[in-house]
Design a protein around this ligand. Structure first.
Ligand code: IMP
Length: 427
């Protein structure tokens, strides 16, 4: 067992940080392979809370080498802020390795992210406003700035100038905004270079060498399956590939080296930003799930939209990502309900769908069809084995397993690292 991928199976915020951290003791490298500081992991260790956006969450484990792969877009100001914050708390975060091929989020990406959202008005995506989408757009348009460009000043200045030429015309003529100075952007990027030099590496080689030597590499997904640019609820998605296959593209490790794909699913469903969400509860039930689960974004503080567990959503993630295991989080949040509904099908204009509809229009019209499970009232936060759970909670978990078709190997019963029920080893 050497290459393990962890991904979110819903719309993000499933608590991947906790599962990753759980494995952290046994792995040698932890790699972020997609997204940027739009992500947010909250990890509680010994009562201390850490909120990370860009660094792999296992950075907290001193025995692990954290890696930021080529598929990530990096805001260097945020990276240094995060490293400094952890250094101040005694965590040697400056050991992170950064791919020389990773693209950089600059100030102009953040400006464009915000103005385009404003311009879209009612059709906005609800992005995190961190410049992630525009940075990926530049990468695909071949006008991006990469980590390695910071070490060749004349090339960097030329690239920034070329990248800004079109954008300044757009900012000025379409969005009525002041143009951005290429000199100022280049100066700012160059000011980051010296600190970046010791971190920069051929991370694909580092990881493949590690695998050759029998080391364990954990690929830590950010965002989630349904925010994937190909398989998510397009266009209400992020601009990268959070799916398991993205781990290969975003790290330079081939697919035959991936041994296990662990999907993380919350015991209910949440989503931030715009986009269809058939099981969304807009009433006091949704409100209670939000307050019981503390469902407010780690990155933007936005309240998350809430609904019951949607089996169709997780089923699709199981298929596309060939999940080997499912890790269920926040089961404790469901304590106290007399009945717990599960979305088991959709009604689309009178037609029953047992899998996610192939067309986005149908998905927009989907209404949930529920199956009702018995709830439990016992405190489950101290459960450590499956049989510690009340009967009704066991039946609920088993039903989810059956509906998704993937074995549930771990269950989160509280925010602490130790508040976990392990059923099957993840390694
Ligand atoms: P962007 O990634 O900032 O471009 O935002 C695109 C969509 O992805 C928006 O709906 C965001 O709310 C959502 N999104 C991005 N990152 C996360 C995350 O880490 N968790 C949940 N949703 C996210």
């Amino acid at each position: 067992m050497a290459g393990i991928v962890i991904i979110g199976t819903q719309w993000g915020d499933e608590g991947k940080g906790k599962a990753t951290d759980q494995l952290g003791e046994s792995v040698d490298y932890v790699v972020r392979y997609s997204g940027g500081n739009n992500a947010g992991h909250t990890i509680v260790v010994n009562g201390e809370t850490y909120a990370l956006h860009l660094l792999p969450s296992a950075v907290l484990n001193k025995n692990v080498i954290p890696v930021i792969g080529n598929g990530v877009v990096i805001d260097l100001g945020v990276l240094y802020e995060e490293i400094d914050g952890l250094l101040a708390r005694g965590i040697p975060a400056d050991r992170v390795l950064v791919s020389s091929n990773a693209h950089i989020i600059t100030g102009y990406h953040r400006v464009i992210d915000k103005v385009t959202e404003k311009f879209l008005g009612k059709r906005k995506i609800g992005t995190t406003g961190r410049g992630v989408g525009p940075a990926y757009a530049d990468k695909v348009n071949r006008v991006g700035i990469r980590v390695q460009d910071l070490f060749d000043e004349s090339i960097l200045r030329k690239k920034v100038e070329a990248s800004l030429e079109q954008k300044n015309a757009l900012l000025h003529k379409v969005y009525n905004r002041p143009a951005i100075s290429p000199e100022e952007v280049s100066d700012e990027l160059l000011s980051y270079a010296e600190r970046l030099r010791p971190l920069m590496a051929d991370t694909s080689k580092v990881l493949n060498d590690g695998l050759d030597a029998g080391k364990v590499v954990l690929f830590e997904g950010a965002q989630a399956h349904h925010l994937d640019v190909d398989f998510g609820t397009y266009p209400y998605v992020t601009s990268s590939s959070p799916i398991a296959a993205g781990a290969c593209i975003g790290s330079g490790v081939g697919p035959t080296r991936i041994d296990r794909v662990i999907g993380i699913a919350k015991a209910y469903t949440t989503r931030v930003g715009e986009g269809p969400f058939p099981g969304e509860l807009l009433d006091e039930v949704g409100e209670k799930l939000r307050s019981d689960g503390g469902e407010f974004g780690t990155t933007t503080g936005r309240p998350r939209r809430c609904g019951w567990f949607d089996a169709l959503v997780v089923q699709q993630a199981a298929r596309v990502n060939a999940l080997t295991d499912l890790f269920l989080t926040k089961l404790d949040v469901l304590t106290g309900w007399e009945q717990i509904p599960i979305v088991v099908a959709y009604d689309v204009l009178g037609v029953r769908h047992d899998t996610m509809p192939v067309s986005q229009s149908d998905f927009h019209h989907a209404r949930p069809i529920y199956e009702y499970m018995e709830g439990w009232s016992e405190d489950i936060s101290t459960a450590r084995s499956f049989t510690d759970l009340p009967e009704a909670a066991q039946v609920y978990v088993k039903r989810l397993e059956e509906l998704v078709g993937v074995r549930i190997s771990g269950i989160g019963v509280g925010p602490g690292r130790e508040q976990t029920v392990m059923i099957h080893d993840l390694l």
